[in-house]
Write a protein of this length. Structure first.
Length: 399
């Protein structure tokens, strides 16, 4: 082995001994209730394709049409080679769907977080994050150069203390007023619990801070028009920056920021992950536009109702197998097993039984909080869920 490989091998070995080694598994089928892996069918309880749109004919047709008209690649950054029509159509539809003036799409949700947070905050500003926010937000915060404060998960008292600290410590800089930006998720990605958005907007108003909410797992699922949790709680126009992904319930790929026209114009001028990156492929934008149309239609409501039925059935099986569950209604159902090896072994046992459920470990979740993360889809059948229940019961017996 070469010197670099020897060194890397040691590092990988140390991951293996801690139960933290990860590997890719090739899938030869679309994301759907069954995945084909190495010639075998696995029941899929791992995808964030909550409404089953990733393999939906309307989205596929929209993508094919966009490829035929606009080709496969976007050519360059939208500021360099011109901005393709499918991106503009998507942004208009997104802004209307989210109930705001404007939206901007990015190549991924990760890039949206990086671009927005680093464009809006820098040295002299203060960022206040919920302890459990997604890695994209944490990375953006570090990159921004702003002073970072973390509040205890969904804990308003802890947040208020950080806000009081922030107000006392913001200095007027030469260029502009120092900013205080709170960032949280509406539905947390690994625990499936909800942020108290009404209290959060009251608090940020009280202290003159701004609020950014990542609706990655709530878009398409919550609210009368399925716009997200901000809609459900009636706080859409009190949130300065809405963020999300097109890759989960919307079954496509890409990320977005939605808000005022001024916000979006600033991001076009300042968000480096937007400016210095080739635009998303037109097919992805067209598929996302079609996804929003499906979500807003009668079919979207039916898919959501179906999803909640599946969630209730899964929870019944999980509780029947002897596991304890949080009480919120979400399509993310975590079975917290504790140590890393236990979660890995659990996922392995389920795979032997033909079920694909990911073990979520450090650093995605804190050490000692390793879990199996079940996700529900509107496309799961009652028989799929019974099969899951039987496998979970066996897992419980062995543990
Ligand atoms: C998945 C996810 C992202 C990133 O979105 P991608 O489009 O997958 O890059 C951001 N925030 C949260 C909470 C997520 O779960």
């Amino acid at each position: 082995m070469s010197r670099i490989d020897e060194e890397l091998h040691d590092e990988l070995e140390s991951l293996r001994t801690k139960g933290l080694f990860r590997q890719l598994r090739r899938v030869d089928s679309p994301q759907s209730p069954r995945l084909e892996i190495a010639g075998h069918a696995f029941l899929n309880f791992s995808s964030n394709d909550y409404l089953g749109l990733a393999n939906h004919s309307v989205l596929k047709q929209a993508a094919i049409k966009a490829i035929e008209k606009f080709g496969t690649g976007a050519g360059a950054s939208r500021l360099v080679c011109g901005s393709l029509a499918p991106h503009h159509e998507l942004e208009e539809v997104l802004a209307e769907f989210k109930g705001v003036e404007a939206a901007l799409c990015f190549s991924t949700g990760y890039a949206a977080a990086i671009g927005a947070i680093t464009a809006l905050t820098g040295k002299g500003d203060i960022l206040i994050l919920d302890k459990l926010v997604h890695a994209s937000i944490v990375d953006a915060a570090h990159l921004s150069g702003a002073t970072l404060r973390i509040f205890a998960h969904n804990n308003l008292e802890s947040l208020e203390k950080k806000l009081q600290w922030a107000v006392a410590h913001t200095k007027e800089s030469a260029n502009r007023k120092a900013r205080v930006l709170i960032v949280t998720e509406s539905l947390f990605s690994m625990d499936g619990d909800l942020a108290p958005l009404r209290n959060l907007v009251d608090l940020k108003d009280k202290y003159g801070a701004w609020l950014m909410v990542d609706e990655a797992h709530a878009t398409g699922l919550y609210g009368e028009m399925r716009r997200g949790l901000a809609e459900e709680l009636g706080v859409t126009n009190r949130i300065e920056i809405q963020m999300g992904t097109l890759g989960k319930a919307l079954g496509s790929a890409g990320g977005y920021i939605a808000g005022s026209r001024q916000l979006i114009d600033l991001l076009i001028n300042r968000a480096r992950s937007f400016i210095f990156s080739t635009a998303p492929v037109p097919a992805a934008a067209a598929a996302a536009t079609a996804a929003i149309a499906v979500v807003r239609s009668v079919e979207g409501e039916k898919l959501r109702q179906r999803l909640w039925t599946v969630v209730e059935q899964i929870k019944r099986e999980v509780v029947g197998a002897g596991y304890v569950l949080p009480s919120v209604r979400s399509a993310i159902i975590p079975l917290i097993l504790g140590n890393e090896e236990k979660a890995s072994a659990g996922a392995e046992l389920l795979r032997e039984r033909g079920l694909y459920v990911p073990a979520i470990r450090f650093p995605t979740v804190p050490r000692g909080k390793a879990r199996l993360r079940l996700t529900a889809s509107a496309t799961h059948s009652a028989a799929d869920i019974v099969e899951l229940g039987a496998a979970l019961a066996e897992l419980k017996r062995r543990n």
